[in-house]
Structures are given as structure tokens and as C-alpha cells.
Ligand binder design. Sequence first.
Ligand SMILES: Nc1nc2c(c(=O)[nH]1)N[C@H]1C(S)=C(S)[C@@H](COP(=O)(O)OP(=O)(O)OC[C@H]3O[C@@H](n4cnc5c(=O)[nH]c(N)nc54)[C@H](O)[C@@H]3O)O[C@H]1N2
Ligand SMILES: Nc1nc2c(c(=O)[nH]1)N[C@H]1C(S)=C(S)[C@@H](COP(=O)(O)OP(=O)(O)OC[C@H]3O[C@@H](n4cnc5c(=O)[nH]c(N)nc54)[C@H](O)[C@@H]3O)O[C@H]1N2
Ligand code: SF4
Ligand SMILES: [Mo]
Length: 721
Amino acid sequence: MIKPDGIYPSTCWECSTRCGSLVTLENGHVTKVGPNPEHPGSKGAFCVKGIRALPELTYSPNRIGSPMRRAGARGSGQWDEISWDDALEEMADRLLAVRAEHGPEAIIGAVSSAFFSRGAMVALLMRSLGSPNWMMNQDLCGGCRALSDKVTGLGIVGGEDVENTRCALIVGRNPSAADPVQWMALKRAKKNGAKFIVIDPAQTPAAKLADIWLRPKPGSDAAIALAMINVIIKENLLDSEFVEKWTHGFEDLEKRAADYSPNHAARLSGVSANDIIEAARLYAAGPSCFVSGHGIDAFSNGVQTFRAFHCLVAITGNVDRRGGNLRVKRPRGFRNYIDILHDPRFALPPPVAEKALGADTFPLWAGSKGWQTSVHNPTALDAILTGKPYPVRAMYVSGVNIAVTYPDTRKVMAALRSLDFLAVASHMMTPTSEIADIVLPKTTGLEEEEISLDPSAQIVCYTNPVKTPEGKARSDFEFTTDLARRLETRGIDTRKFFPWKNSEDFNTYLLGDEIDWDLLKRQGWAPFAYEIANFGEAGFKTPSRKIELRSQILDDIGIDPLPAYQTPRAEQTTPSEQKNFPLILITGARERTYHHSRYRDQAWARRISPFPLLQVHPKDATQMALADGDWIAVETLGFEGSCKLKVSVSTETDAGTVRTGMGWWLPEVEGPEKGALDVNVNVALSYGGPWDPVTGSADTRGLPCRITPLPEWEVPMQETV
Ligand SMILES: Nc1nc2c(c(=O)[nH]1)N[C@H]1C(S)=C(S)[C@@H](COP(=O)(O)OP(=O)(O)OC[C@H]3O[C@@H](n4cnc5c(=O)[nH]c(N)nc54)[C@H](O)[C@@H]3O)O[C@H]1N2
Ligand SMILES: Nc1nc2c(c(=O)[nH]1)N[C@H]1C(S)=C(S)[C@@H](COP(=O)(O)OP(=O)(O)OC[C@H]3O[C@@H](n4cnc5c(=O)[nH]c(N)nc54)[C@H](O)[C@@H]3O)O[C@H]1N2
Ligand code: SF4
Ligand SMILES: [Mo]
């Protein structure tokens, strides 16, 4: 049904920032997407991806208009358009054929995360087939932060009260590129007199505004956090009352921190001892807000690094305090997508859940007690390629471009190619969908309904399906439920996992009984009642019912229960390795124009950010006789594979450290890989460990690397799209 012309309040969900938007509809066509200044979460902040990329994606001539079946050899680019009926019938048959031959766990799903409805849909589809196996990319994203938060018992992820803070401790976070809402709030706080402490090896825009900027060696942050704890305890700057009442294991933490004097931490991290002391004093004065990012996540010691900072937040009482880190609250009866996955109603029997790939090694991540409930991705890729511990032969992918965004691109592609059946739901043809057997067209954020919780503003947000879908596109909820019904006619009890009649029914189930649906739809967001610092009533979900500075949960599985520093990868090398791989690689620096691998076909974005760049410090550039604009190949220690990048000589990165983005591929290139084996940094990264012992995260930063100039004939691209 076409909606009347008008301006509709909605929520952009191109990324998890969830900015409030106003969408203008004229004759059924979206003519404008812009910020909603009335929105209490984003307060008018917005970005070019919402304004430009989302409508362009929606109306793109490159958009997949219809379900398609592979017509030629895998990856040949030959497709037949088919009906939804044919696509879903074939999917049902082929998934069940694999199930009959190899067992339910031979089917695996892949999705970006469980923040969005598609995450719950993919996981529930797998469960309804009897498989505990689904991959998400949180091991590469916020997984370490989430698990540290969980075992510590804080419940503060996403609840930064930047607006009211006196001091923002910004660690491994580049908000000017990654999060316009946070960035605007930080700038307002700064204007109101708040201080910034920034810990980042790169001189980001936030670092330029910092009162204290600590420039650590990549991967050494835990030493700094432990030394800050050391100073705060020694100088008695902690919140003793809070520590006494609400934390567990303080004496043990005190002992651990005693090993990290500012001088010792300075030696380990390369920052000055004085700066650490000043930072500790400033942070302790509070109220202070810990603003963390991906720069200390997705490391093989990510959980322990986060544990150190989370303990810092706790001992200074910056928990659920105005200007500190708020605990996530919910409306009465509200469920988010990950809650569904923990609801016993939708659970697989524990022995089946325990079969999840990697559950034995990462029990807090995967399996019946795992918090994410998803698998360990590298273990799953190995299972596909080797059949061990059991065969995995079919995959269903929605809303994730794993052939670009997982490390070890060649291995990921080999695994995908080797499957008996691969179905991919997407908006555009990507290196992942190019090797599929069936491709399904998805709706965009202008065409589908979605609700989500914004923990920092403590509101529920609504994404309005303002326009009817282009072509035959359907939402994840619709086609996954449709597929589940078809599986039901084949004798599989999927109804238990998909009990909802339609998306309204599903959203009503999620919303609970406090939120006013009509207000939510009309306004694009809805408030709910909440209290802060209600610790007695809300409690902490840990064995001791307190914030665990010493974690019982980690201790129980044989992991250091106290926050621990680990020597960074680049310092675990032999002298000859150091000679051959003299630089340290940081990947993942965000570009304002792109969202990971998205929008690489949009001409405006390619004009602004035409090349995959590698920042090289002028000193290193001079030493290696490299100039701005030269193409190089980057390789990392112990791994075969190199990525082609263009040098950008810059003091933003430190001498000895080179820094690049992620997500590059070239939609215009012929062939299924479309540049993903050339300009995609993941072709030069291993996914094979070391892994964080809690989350299974691999290092995507702090990697010893070398760069070599590329001969002209190997340059992968020219400027134009
Ligand atoms: N425009 C745009 N915005 C995005 C995204 C996007 O693709 N495009 N992606 C979204 C997603 S899913 C994510 S996860 C976020 C990521 O965004 P952020 O959380 O900001 O993470 P990054 O940009 O990966 O890294 C942040 C900073 O960490 C620094 N860093 C690297 N190594 C270390 C280290 O060892 N220690 C410290 N202290 N710092 C280090 C880097 O130099 C960088 O400045 O962005 C989100 N927002
Ligand atoms: N080396 C290295 N690798 C990394 C990272 C890194 O820093 N370094 N970062 C990691 C991180 S933090 C993340 S989150 C992952 C991201 O990895 P992905 O989730 O794979 O990245 P995207 O490119 O955002 O997602 C790709 C697909 O999402 C689909 N999609 C689903 N919903 C939407 C929507 O609403 N709008 C649009 N436009 N597309 C949608 C599109 O079909 C698109 O093809 O990559 C990880 N990989
Ligand atoms: S930051 Fe940009 S892409 Fe993300 S929700 Fe806001 S407008 Fe959309
Ligand atoms: Mo992410």
C-alpha cells in the first residue's frame, strides 16, 4: 500500500548509531532523507550515508530486483530470475537434502550481528532446522567489549552519557568517522568544559581536541588502564563507598594493579608515566564517561583489555551515574533480538546447542551457555573445508559480506565455493553473493519495519517502512517466515521458532506492554520510564551479585579472573622477524563515505574516497623512498597473502605504524571476486589465531607487517568508477 505524501519520522538503520530521521515521500517516492532535530537520541546529528547512500542504494540500478538461481558454473555470473515461490521451494528442498544426508548441524547461517532483526531470523531459522550453527561478525567487532561487560556484570555497553560528562576517556574510538551522534555530543560536552583523555596510536580528530593524548603501542592499552587503577588506589581517588557496596574482589584487583606502576606501564606502552598519572587524576575527578571503540576490541587479548577499563569505571563509581556510563534499561516487557535467542522457548536442547562449532573451546561465546549463542567462525570455516569435527555442507547468509569482511579472504572464498548449497540474501551482488546458488533480494531501511533500543538515550526507535519495496524485494522477517512455513509442510516443526503471524505481531511481541505503538510510529521513537543507580533492585548478573573486579565466571573456565596485560603481537617476534616485518599494521579505520563494504558502487562516494589508502608516517615514507600516491603491497608476519593499497603520507599515524581501513572491493570489476583478492585488507590477514580465549577474536590490529612497492602493471585500479 502506498503511503500518502508527507514527511515521516523514522530511524536510519544503516548502522547501529540509529539516528532519528525525517523521510520525505512524494508520490510513493522518497525524495529526501535527513536528520530529525527533535529526536532525543541523535539531536539532529546524521551522516552522508543516511542522506545519500541509503536512498541511492534503494533506487540503484545495480540493486537485485528478483530472486535468482545460478545458471552457469559457480561464480560465472550467469543467473536466471525466478519467482519467490521457486526460490524458497528450492531452498527448502536443498537445505533438507543436506540435513538428511549429513544431519541438521551440517547447515550453518551467517549474519552481521544480533542487533537487528535479521540476526534473530537467521539464528531461529537454523534452530528450526535443528542446527545450533550460525556465524556473526561480532568476534571482529564488539564481542570482547560485550563479553567483558557481561562477566564483570556492568551492563553498560552503549550507555555512554557523553552529554553530561566532565571527562570523556576515549579509547580506541574514532567517533568523528564512526558515530556522528557521539561526536556531536562529545563536542557539546567539550564546549561545556568537559576534558578529553584520548588513548589512540593515531592522531584522530578527537586526539586533536584532547587535553591528554596518550599514544600507545597498538595492543598495549591494558597496561595503561591497570596503571591508572594503580594511581587511583594509591592516591585514594576511588569511590570507596561504591567499591565497598557493589563490587567484589577489590583486594585482588589492588594486588594486580600494584604490578603496574606508571613507570612500568610507560615502558610497556610507550606513553609517558606522567601522562598516565595525570590521566588517572583527571578521570577520577569525574563524573567521567568511558567511550570505547573497536580499536581495543577484536584483539586476541581484547576481553582482558576491556576488563581493565571496566574495572576502572567500577572503582571510580562511574556506573549508572549522570555523566558516566549508564546501565542499559528497558521498557517493561521489552525484548531485544539477542533476548529471543536466550529465551528457553526458542532454545535447542542443551546437547544439541553444545554441538555449536567452537562451543567446547569458547563456552562463554558459543553453545548452550554461550552469551552470543553463535559459533566460532574460524572453527566453522575449517569444518566446511575439512569435514571436522563434522561436515558442514550448506550455508544461508543474510546481510553480511563475509567474502570481504572476514579475515583470510582466500580461505573464506574456498569454503564458500566448496559448499553443496549456498543461499545469500542481499541488496547488491557482492563477492559473497556471486558464488551463491540462490540469491534473494532484500528490502532496505526505507522499505522495512524495525524496532530497536537506544541505550544511551534510553528510548525505543522505530524504522518506518515509508515506501513499498522496489522490484520483488522482501524483508528478512517476511521471507524467513515464509521459508519456515514451507519447511513445516515438509514435516519440520518450525512453528515453535516462528510463531508470529506477521511483522506487526513480531514487533508487538518485542515491544512489551509499556511502549505506546501509536506514539512510536507517529514520532519515530518512544520514551519509557527508568531509574538510574537502582542497584539494589536491578542487581548485577554475576555469581556474587556484585560487579566482579575478580571474575568468578572467568575463573571457572580457567581464565585469569583479574584483568591482565599481554605482550602485544609485534613484540613477540624474533629479531629476524622484526627485521623482515618492521612495521605494525592497524586495519579498520572508518571512512565517512562507506559502511564497511557497502556503497562501493556509488559514484559520489568513490569520488570522495576513491582509493584504499595506507597511512604511512613521513619518516617511514622517506626511509622507504615512498611518496604519496605510490601503490604498495602489504603482508603480515606468518601469513601468505598480500593486499594492494595506495600510500597516504600522514602524521595521523605514528612512526613505525601503518594504518588502513577495511571493506574494499571493486563492484565494477569482472569476475566473482571483484577486487576482493586485491584491495581488500583481509586478504593479508589470518583468521587462524591466536584468538582471544573468551571470544575467539582474532587480531585485526597490531600486526607485524611489511610493505613493498608495486610495479606499475600490478596497480589494481584507476580513479574512475
Ligand atoms: N562511516 C562509518 N561509520 C561506522 C562504520 C563504518 O564502516 N563506516 N562501522 C561501524 C562499526 S560496525 C564499528 S565496529 C565502528 C568502529 O569504529 P570505532 O569504534 O571508532 O573503531 P575503529 O575506527 O576501528 O578504530 C578506532 C580507533 O582505534 C585506534 N586503534 C587501533 N589500534 C589501537 C590500539 O591498540 N589501542 C588503542 N587505544 N587504539 C587503537 C585506531 O587508530 C582508530 O583511531 O564504526 C561504526 N561506524
Ligand atoms: N580487517 C578487518 N576486518 C573487519 C573489520 C576491521 O576493522 N578490520 N571490522 C569488522 C567489523 S567491526 C564489522 S561490524 C564487520 C562488518 O562486516 P559486514 O557486516 O559484512 O559489512 P557490511 O558491508 O556492512 O555488510 C554487508 C552486507 O549487509 C547487507 N545489508 C544488510 N542490511 C543492510 C542495510 O540495512 N543497509 C545496507 N546498505 N546493507 C545492508 C548488504 O547486503 C551488504 O552486502 O567487518 C569486520 N571486519
Ligand atoms: S550514523 Fe549515518 S548511517 Fe548510521 S544511523 Fe546515523 S545517519 Fe544512518
Ligand atoms: Mo563493527
